[in-house]
Design a protein around this ligand. Structure first.
Ligand code: NCD
Length: 354
């Protein structure tokens, strides 16, 4: 059963295929209107969401399918202590495909192990968010026409910002892409995201102003309040970057400004009128990419090939993952599995070092 947990579960060729489908949906919407009649999507959201859940639901309706939704995990049996595995086993009986958001890192991979329908990761804690990346990729593609030779500034909370982690994974597969990682030192991108990638393609800085003139894409992010263990630390970092018209004076004329949204304070409202601002278009593109992804996964489900996303070299470990935010801590039946990447042993679910 094919699930999408990480953006790297999709090859570059498959991303190209999804972009082509999304563009075709935009141009010929009528062709797709009844294509999934009788099929059901469940949206299981254990964390707040506006765009991701609603665009998944709009996507399914626009394909002629139906949706059942669990918008607040605290209204489900999870609040009674039900595991993710059991929840997914049950929901698999009711629908053809599941989009799940969970606050625990690795929850989506764990879900894909117990479900009998495709699972789409709609965000697992501070780890990854592949379908936001699909939205980002369609935005970049439609705005720039290509992925190669771009300098991308990622600014804000690069530590907990799961959309950043997935976007770096996706964009580092294209030729001559440079990343300028702009964050306070406390919120730098985790090592597991950068490992195994060409170190010369990354520059880390704390200064948005210095990076600005070089950028083709500026990807702003919210400081992820809900992921901080220490509220004082959040308060001291929350307004680290505020993009405004003044700061954009040194930017390229064809810069494109993206943001996964919601914005809190990191982009001044005055920037919305700048023609370089793409973040509201990006939310619409997210719906088309989710339509393309649901179509692809259901097509593959109808022509099944058994596939597990568990890496073949993952081994069951006696040492439990120590990341308190990892799914291994809360799922009773889940064994910690580890993989060695670049000489470092990591938990397969959350990628923290063991
Ligand atoms: C993002 C998320 O949930 O990670 N939002 C989204 O899905 N569009 C970004 C965020 O919450 O800051």
């Amino acid at each position: 059963m094919r699930s999408v947990i990480d953006i790297l579960d999709l090859s570059v060729a498959e991303i190209a295929e999804l972009l082509a489908t999304a563009n075709d949906i935009i141009d010929h919407h009528e062709k797709y209107e009844n294509i999934l009649r009788g099929r059901k999507l469940a949206t299981l959201f254990f964390e707040p969401s506006t765009r991701t859940r609603m665009s998944f639901e709009a996507a399914m309706y626009e394909l002629g399918g139906n949706v059942i939704s669990l918008a607040g995990g605290n209204t489900s049996s999870a609040a009674k202590g039900e595991s993710v595995a059991d929840t997914i086993r049950v929901v698999s009986n009711y629908v053809d495909i599941i989009a799940m958001r969970h606050y625990i890192e690795g929850a989506a991979l764990a879900a894909s192990e117990s479900g009998t329908v495709p699972i789409i990761n709609a965000g697992d804690g501070g780890h990854c968010h592949p379908t936001q990346t699909l939205a980002d990729l369609l935005t970049i593609y439609r705005e720039k026409g290509h992925f190669d030779n771009l300098t991308i500034g990622l600014c804000g909370d690069l530590k907990y910002g799961r959309t950043v982690h997935s976007l770096i994974n996706a964009m580092s597969r294209y030729a001559n892409v440079r990343f300028i990682l702009i964050s306070p030192k406390e919120l730098r991108c985790p090592a597991y995201v950068l490992e195994g990638k060409d170190p010369t393609s990354f520059i880390e800085t704390a200064s948005l102003e210095e990076a600005m003139p070089e950028l083709d894409i500026l990807y702003m992010t919210r400081i992820q309040k809900e992921r901080f263990d220490d509220e004082e630390e959040y308060l001291s970092l929350k307004d680290s970057y505020i993009l405004n018209n003044e700061k954009l004076k040194n930017a390229k004329a064809d810069l494109k400004i993206l943001h996964p949204l919601p914005r809190v304070n990191e982009i001044a409202v005055e920037v919305d009128d700048d023609e370089r601002a793409c973040y509201f278009k990006q939310t619409l593109y997210g719906k088309y990419m989710r339509m393309a992804l649901i179509l692809k996964l259901l097509k593959e489900k109808d022509n099944p090939k058994k596939e597990s996303l568990m890496p073949a070299d993952a081994i069951i470990s006696d040492v439990k993952c120590s990341n308190p935010k990892c799914i291994c801590q809360s799922e009773q039946e889940l064994k910690t599995r580890t993989i060695i990447r670049n000489g470092i042993r990591r938990c397969v679910y959350c990628e923290h070092e063991i």
